[in-house]
Design a protein. Structure first.
Lengths: 322, 292
């Protein structure tokens, strides 16, 4: 079924309240979490560990209920280079799928719209995602899905998004823990760039760069508010990320419903001061989530025991956490 | 001659055409301009191609551009594809002229006067010649290799029937831009050959597309050699299809044995169409252009 513009608002209905809020609406509404945001950090030293057990623990500790929900798992799948670790590992995607099915989700879809390479299925193949049972039946190429407009996106009157993402009750950002040569870090919030369809905006999605990377990250996270984050930091990327950096094991999975709080926690693990990361500063000021350590309820492992400084390129050396 | 490799793909495309005459990227989805364009090229001469053109011709917007799909009111690169198809079909009318005019006034934002001024006085180092004008994916954004290559094909075909100096100027500038952003390894990345002072690697598909925009340019020689080395090994069906098309258009013989896929590989209908287009008996020649 195709969603037309005039159909969108009635269709989104309740979803709008929970999942979509335009810039003007949100700005006037204080919708940051009322109390501290729980963020769960669990150790995982290898992709052959029992990741499903760890993810299940994170989901439960955050009190997430996905029964009868349509869940979209959104991994970070950019392009493939066998010499580094650009993408969310297939083991994390497979484990998350297993967990959300087991927790009673009505539907679990895996969807991604790679930002660079046009041949989505080639990247899927190289990243070994097709090893997930019945993967082709579960996967939606978000670059080429049917689309519908959402009114107001930063200074744009409207922005088009894949219907699969707009219809999801919950978008799970299965992000990779990486440094980023434009944004400082790319984690669960930046991962939503893959929800912007290349078939409308091109490869790369240059429209977002023109709007502004931090602004676009914040706007995307305003639109897709019903979300959960699972960041794959088992082996992350440091240096000239998100593509040309080098592998950096952090041996963790970081999870939570407040994506800003999850990203801030990841930054602290990476030795980055989240207060100096522009998009997190904007998210905090815009009441999109909690970034300050005092407003995050850390569960699981202690950050101080996990911190491992990710190498930063010259222009981001000032982000280092003291 | 229709070989089995081509026949399989033609059959898939005929069966996958949407009732409105267009093609989606994946079966069962809405019609999009891009796969509809390639479907119409592949099946040119068949009623299916006529239905496809009737559909996308009707999508033209008041500014002369075409949107990527009927429901997305965005002016963009699909305009070039529609003009190439209109030219092939001999449908040169007011719709076509408005489309050409749109492409002539569309420029990547990096060429804006203030950006050129900043580069000229040394405040920014863009690493490329900003006086050269390419085309963006979408109005109001920067130029990139792929939309520039598609537009060069469309405008060179337009030049054959409308030899106006404005066309020559943009064609020469667009070709020069492609040559200016070529990576050190001889191929092309998506746009710039370097980021933050670090050389970018080139990609098979973007290199192939740039070669389509540089047909009959002697400077393309070394890049053709690079593309030839990629063909046997690149794992992407889409990239292999584009390289095959580019090499054939540059007069390079591509043995069918180099293309390992005999049956349908990707569920992406655009990839299927490109594979059909690039096969020995395919319609790749419809993308052939002369020097302007």
């Amino acid at each position: 079924m195709k969603i037309r513009r005039r159909d969108f608002f009635p269709l989104a209905g309740a979803g709008l309240l929970a999942g979509y809020a335009g810039w003007e609406g949100v700005r006037s509404r204080r919708n940051a979490p009322a109390g501290p945001s729980p963020v769960v950090v669990v150790k995982a030293s290898s992709y052959s560990d029992d990741l499903a057990q760890r993810i299940l623990r994170g989901v439960r500790e955050c009190g997430l209920d996905v029964r009868d929900q349509k869940v979209l798992l959104k991994p970070n799948l950019v392009e493939f280079d066998p010499n580094t670790c650009i993408n969310t590992d297939v083991a994390v995607v497979a484990a998350a799928y297993e967990v959300f099915r087991a927790l009673g989700a009505a539907e679990v879809i895996i969807g991604e719209g790679p930002g660079h390479r046009r041949d989505t299925y080639s990247i899927v193949e190289m990243a070994r995602y097709r090893e997930i049972s019945k993967f082709d039946d579960l996967f939606v190429d978000l670059n080429r899905d049917d689309v519908s407009p959402v009114m107001k996106f930063a200074d744009r009157a409207e922005m088009y998004f894949p219907n699969t993402a707009l219809r999801a009750d919950l978008v799970v950002s299965l992000a990779k823990m990486k440094t980023h040569h434009w944004a400082g870090a790319t984690l669960s919030m930046k991962n939503f760039f893959g929800l912007v369809p290349g078939s409308v905006y091109g490869w790369p999605k240059n429209e977002l760069h023109h709007i502004g990377i931090p602004e676009s990250i914040v706007e995307l996270n305003r639109i897709f508010r019903r979300s959960f984050a699972i960041v794959d930091g088992i082996v992350g990327m440091e240096g000239n990320g998100p593509i040309q950096g080098t592998p950096k094991p952090a041996n963790v999975l970081v999870m939570g419903s407040d994506l800003a709080a999850v990203d801030a926690t990841c930054c602290r693990i990476m030795g980055i001061d989240p207060a100096k990361v522009e998009y997190l500063r904007m998210a905090s000021e815009g009441n999109l989530g909690n970034v300050e350590e005092s407003h995050i309820e850390q569960r699981g492992e202690k950050i101080s025991e996990l911190r491992t400084n990710f190498a930063l390129i010259e222009s981001f050396r000032g982000l280092r956490l003291s | 001659m229709v070989d089995s490799y081509l026949g399989v793909r033609l059959d898939i495309l005929r069966r996958a055409q949407n009732p409105d005459g267009g093609w989606s990227y994946y079966t069962g989805k809405q019609s999009w301009l891009e796969p509809t364009f390639y479907g119409a090229l592949v099946l040119h001469g068949e009623p299916a191609a006529d239905r496809a053109w009737s559909l996308i011709k009707s999508w033209q917007q008041p500014d002369g551009s075409w949107p990527p799909t009927a429901d997305a009111a965005i002016s963009g690169w699909g305009t070039a594809l529609c003009l190439t198809l209109a030219h092939l079909r001999g449908d040169i009318d007011g719709t076509y002229m408005k489309g050409v005019a749109y492409l002539l006034k569309t420029v990547g934002t990096e060429s804006e006067l203030w950006r050129r001024a900043l580069a000229k006085i040394g405040l920014v180092n863009p690493g490329r010649d900003l006086s050269l004008k390419g085309w963006p994916w979408k109005d109001g954004t920067s130029s990139w290799v792929e939309p520039t290559a598609h537009t060069l094909i469309a405008l060179k075909k337009a030049y054959a029937i409308l030899p106006a100096p404005e066309l020559t100027e943009r064609i020469h500038s667009g070709e020069a831009l492609l040559l200016d952003v070529r990576c050190k390894d001889g191929g092309w990345n998506y746009g710039s050959p370097w980021t933050l002072g670090e050389d970018q690697r080139s990609y098979p598909e973007t290199t192939a597309l740039a070669l389509l925009g540089l047909q009959r340019r002697a400077e393309a020689g070394s890049s053709i050699e690079l593309a030839k080395t990629w063909l046997p090994d690149t794992p992407s069906s889409l990239a292999r299809a584009w390289i095959t098309i580019a090499l054939r258009l540059h007069g390079v013989e591509v043995p069918d044995t180099l293309n390992p896929l005999k049956g349908p590989g990707s569920p992406d209908l655009m990839v299927v169409a490109l594979e059909a287009l690039g096969s020995a008996g395919g319609n790749y020649r419809f993308l052939k252009t002369e020097k302007a």
